[in-house]
Design a protein around this ligand. Sequence first.
Ligand code: RP5
Length: 161
Amino acid sequence: MNQVAIVMGSVSDWPTMQASAAILTELQIPFSKHVISAHRMPAQLQDFGQQAVAQGIAVIIAGAGGAAHLPGMLAANTVRPVIGVPIESHALHGMDSLLSIVQMPAGVPVATMAIGTAGAKNAALQAASILALQDGQLQQRLLDYRAAQTKKAVESEAQLD
Ligand code: RP5
């Protein structure tokens, strides 16, 4: 069963959201991926959110750009955790996406990540942390991921020569 759903507002978001998919794959977390536009597919969005629990989805990662209402509207339709990724838009460089996603009203939370690829990567890692609460093997894979990251950073100093 896919534990995580990666949802994006447009196929044009995929180059960014691929970074989430790559990390979920690396951490051996099963996931599905979907294009659901909040504005172009409002009925599908509502259905998806309302069916998330029945579908066995534990965490939703939602990436959207511009008037980025997808994460918030998914959160409005499910009690599963929604992690929002602001896509780096052309006109306003993702500030529009960020503010659209982060400024949720009290009562309907979206965990908002950084703009762009860093946010997409961290969304997957945040989803992994949530799932690891009940999965000791995944927790170990996350610890290994962090250790490898630290080793790489420490060793990078040698590149200064
Ligand atoms: C948003 O509008 C999408 O998430 C995307 O970032 C943006 C532009 O969509 P396209 O016009 O490229 O389909 O809904």
